[in-house]
Design a protein around this ligand. Structure first.
Ligand code: PLP
Length: 434
């Protein structure tokens, strides 16, 4: 490697790799549910950028809270007390289900998941973590090894220490060959129990799962599935960690996605929407037993920017906004997405399946003759019509998310979108399919 001469094609920013259209669009401004590129072209943001700009792109209250905190004191050591941090921890406890009361702040969703796994391993004195095939839990070494998505794992597995994770099948018809929700719930839960028994229940610290899948396609578990998962965890003394990095903060119609399942997890991890994505912030919410364990053992979990006061100020203002009509908006307008996508499914034979909850939906495409995806996500080579569809929609002024694997489109509009804006997104998808 020659490093003494600079290439003419550089500098270049290569943070994110998975969006095939990212190189063509440079976003410079945002307003409400719209973003604008450097040519002044407007896009309806139907992916909330990376499933996180929940409050739209110009929320004055969050911006003012950030400015006020920066003007007061921008940073306080994470090893010192900070009123804005304590206020947010209190609010998170108030909105959390069951006895979840103690928050450990971090910076990104990946780090929050790693922290939750660390806590679970320490608490149970076991090491394995079970995660789903078709999941995404982060891209850092630890969180990437928890992730089921092959494109994230493949690069990591050559180098990272990935032992300690075992996987199970997600509760989706493709995995179990049945569309019947009751049968699917039973088969998927039985399969999970089979995996646990084969891995050895005593070796397993936790099951880490998204309540509604995020980037891997917004699929939801059939009714009663998560209750069985909860029962299985209780039976085998395994902790249940709900990854709410996308599903939390109203995206799936409740404060946390797992609440719709009537299940209380042992820990929740959060990031993205907690600040409406105005600044980075993440964390783990745990019950008192785990908080006490950390205090008694003097476990050192702190990160310099964990619970950054500017992030916490944004979080406090964002929670006010969610409580002040934003979650209600999701509940009121969910039918626009549900019905609109059901119409697409009925109208176009290439739409294999549309599924989701709240403002988080996935539309999976397949060859109507074979029922198989147009594109093989295992090899990731060859033409992929779903990429073309995403590109066409973008040219027509609407941004959707590229699901992983790329056999689907993910719809994840800001939670402030009204019925007309939601209909405009569905219409653009229909035009793209045409
Ligand atoms: N968990 C889920 C469900 C996610 O979707 C993501 C990111 O998209 C993460 C964790 C990782 O979060 P971050 O990118 O902030 O590290």
């Amino acid at each position: 490697m020659v490093v003494s001469e600079r290439s003419e094609q550089r500098p270049r920013e290569i943070t994110h790799w998975s969006d095939p259209h990212s190189e063509t669009t440079s976003i410079v401004e945002g307003s409400g549910v719209y973003v604008y590129d450097d040519d002044g072209d407007e896009y309806l943001d139907f992916c909330s950028q990376l499933y996180c700009s929940n409050l739209g792109h110009d929320n004055d209250e969050v911006a003012a809270a950030i400015a006020e905190q920066v003007g007061t004191i921008p940073y306080v050591s994470s090893a010192k007390r900070s009123p804005v941090r304590e206020e947010l921890a209190g609010r998170l406890a108030d909105i959390s289900p069951g006895r979840l009361s103690d928050t450990f702040f971090s910076i990104s969703g990946s780090e929050a998941n790693e922290m939750a796994v660390h806590l679970a391993r320490e608490y149970t004195n076991s090491s394995k973590v079970l995660t789903r095939w078709r999941s995404y839990h982060g891209g850092t070494y630890g969180a990437g090894s928890l992730t089921g998505d092959p494109s994230t794992r493949a690069a990591l597995e050559q180098h990272a220490q990935t032992t300690g994770t075992a996987r199970f099948l997600p509760p989706i018809p493709r995995a179990f060959g049945t569309d019947d929700p009751e049968e699917l719930a039973r088969l998927a839960a039985d399969h999970l129990e089979f995996v646990i028994r084969n891995e050895g229940p005593d070796s397993i610290a936790a099951i880490l799962t998204e309540p509604v899948a995020g980037t891997s396609g917004a699929f939801v578990g059939p009714a009663d599935y998560f209750q069985r998962v909860r029962d299985i965890c209780d039976e085998y003394d395994i902790l249940l960690i709900s990854d709410e990095v996308i599903a939390g903060f109203g995206r799936c119609g409740e404060w946390f996605g797992i609440e719709t399942e009537d299940v209380v997890p042992d820990m929740i991890t959060f990031a993205k929407g907690v600040t409406g994505a105005y600044v980075p912030l993440a964390g783990v919410i745990a019950p008192p037993e785990i908080g006490d364990m950390v205090a008694e053992e003097g476990m050192d979990l702190g990160q310099t920017f964990g619970g950054h006061p500017v992030g916490c100020a944004a979080g406090n203002a964002a929670i006010d906004a969610y409580a002040d009509g934003v979650i209600e908006n999701v509940q009121a307008n969910e039918p626009v997405l549900r019905d609109g996508l059901a119409d697409l499914e009925a109208e176009y034979d290439v739409v294999h399946d549309a599924h989701g909850r709240g403002f988080q939906w996935g539309v999976e495409f397949a060859d109507p003759e074979t029922g198989e995806p147009f594109h093989d996500p295992r090899t990731d080579d060859g033409d992929n019509p779903v990429d073309d569809l995403l590109g066409t929609c973008r040219e027509n002024g609407v941004m959707f998310g590229a699901g992983r694997p790329t056999i689907q489109v993910v719809l994840s509009p800001p939670l402030i979108a009204d019925a007309d804006e939601l209909r405009a997104g569905i219409d653009a998808l229909a035009d793209g399919i045409e």
